[in-house]
Design a binder for this molecule. Structure first.
Ligand SMILES: [Zn+2]
Length: 427
């Protein structure tokens, strides 16, 4: 493999707070040098003027539907979509069919990810066998096979005693428990956020309190067990406030939100577009602003995609019947650019901190840095390039995003993983 020189890009490394125009030299699989002007022979030069060059994005939360639903996504198509969006490390949630509750399935995912060989894929294991919420899985065996955390995502662990035991068990391995904090009894399988808009549309709502109740209980259990709790897809004002207080109290909690909760509100459901049906639901404007504030003040640690592919036939069902979820890998950067960067709510250093070094720290992996000696996982993207998201630009096998056929800004042009170009924009 030949050495590579990324020339003249805006290099942003949140871990070292670097933000400026530099050249980056890659030798083999590592970053050999970052300086103002590097002159060297026998390298492949990638011109990057006007581009952002940063550590590979790390996604703590996606659904690859593999094994089980190759009509929606596979590890192969999901990895293609991930690199096209600038992600070089992704964590896939275990609510597959069969679920990731034993070593055999973890080994399958590892083998398939290695065969595809595009981005790093870290499986998250089930907290309970068959995701039934009753019997804990064998954490030690699953960790040995390669899982980086545990979750029954798609469902909360409804039984407080089971979650207590899971948190206690996880301490022995120092891995996080990723909780999907939505109280199923309060949520009542609501189609959208419960509020003025749901009332006007006559749609059954899932109230903010469904998230808040579960967040509050989970935080109490985290304090009680002193284990590492990671709360997934935080979407409500009071959810953010509870986590802020818990952090002030020294509880060991981290959390994520997703681009859709930073950018969209329940008003999007007025079109009855089933691609806006997600879980947790798109909330009110007040919630959205509180989530942005939570990200700004560090209460929210990470931005994860919750990439949730679904086939057209299912998303074409009536809104009450259609499944929850939208795809996220290829829309994350454009959404963040339009809402946070474009409107000058947060800096690139801040946003990328939540998408690189912070999630890497939560996973306990060495990635998420762009420094001398670091593994060369590097996306290059043009933050000003305008393009249209269409069926033919999407690498995901699914198309379920409200941004389909919309003009957006910000496009990934190159992605390097482990020193090798794994994606190159071909137009
Ligand atoms: Zn979830």
């Amino acid at each position: 493999m030949s050495d590579m020189l990324i020339k003249g890009g805006r290099v942003i490394d949140p871990a070292s707070r670097r933000d400026g125009v530099f050249d980056v030299l890659i030798k083999g699989s590592v970053v050999a040098q970052i300086s103002k002007s590097i002159r060297t022979r026998n390298v492949t030069t990638i011109p990057a003027k006007g581009m952002i060059v940063c550590p590979g994005l790390v996604d703590l939360h996606c659904h690859l539907r593999d094994p089980g639903r190759p009509d929606k996504e596979t590890i192969e198509t999901g990895s293609q979509a991930a690199v096209a969006g600038g992600f070089t490390t992704i964590c896939c949630m275990p609510n597959t069919d069969p679920p990731v509750d034993n070593e055999g399935i973890v080994q399958y995912i590892n083998k398939e990810a290695a065969r595809v060989d595009l981005c790093r894929v870290f499986p998250i294991g089930c907290i309970t066998k068959q995701r039934q919420g009753e019997t804990l899985t064998e954490f030690g065996e699953l960790i040995k096979a390669g899982v980086k955390g545990f979750s029954d995502d798609g469902d909360e662990v409804a039984n407080g005693n089971v979650l207590r035991r899971a948190l206690e068990y996880s301490r022995a391995f120092n891995v996080p428990i990723f909780e999907h904090p939505i109280d199923r009894y309060c949520a009542q399988n609501g189609v959208m956020h419960e509020g003025l808009v749901s009332t006007r549309l006559g749609l059954h709502g899932s109230p903010a309190i469904a998230e808040e109740i579960c967040v509050a209980r989970d935080l109490l259990l985290a304090r009680f067990t002193r284990a590492r709790l990671h709360l997934c897809h935080i979407s409500t004002k009071e959810g953010v406030a509870l986590i802020r207080r818990a952090k002030e109290d020294g509880i060991s909690v981290t959390c994520e939100t997703c681009p859709q909760y930073l950018c969209f509100t329940d008003k999007m459901l007025e079109s009855y577009n089933t691609n806006c049906k997600v879980n947790p639901p798109l909330r009110s404007e007040e919630d959205r602003l509180a989530v942005i504030e939570g990200l700004r003040d560090g209460t929210i640690d990470c931005i994860a995609t919750d990439h949730a592919p679904h086939c057209l036939a299912e998303k074409e069902l009536e809104i009450t019947q259609a499944p929850f979820g939208m795809i996220g890998f290829e829309t994350a950067l454009p959404m963040i650019i339009s809402e946070l960067i474009g409107k000058q709510k947060l800096s690139w250093l801040h946003v990328l901190h939540a998408m690189t070094i912070k999630p890497a720290e939560i996973l306990g992996v060495e990635f998420g840095k762009l420094q001398k000696g670091a593994i060369a996982d590097i996306p290059i993207f043009d933050p000003q390039r305008s393009w249209k998201i269409t069926s033919s630009t999407l690498r995901s096998r699914s198309r379920n995003t409200p941004l389909l056929n919309k003009q957006v800004t910000g496009r990934v042009t190159y992605v390097i993983v482990n020193g090798v170009v794994k994606y190159e924009l071909s137009e």
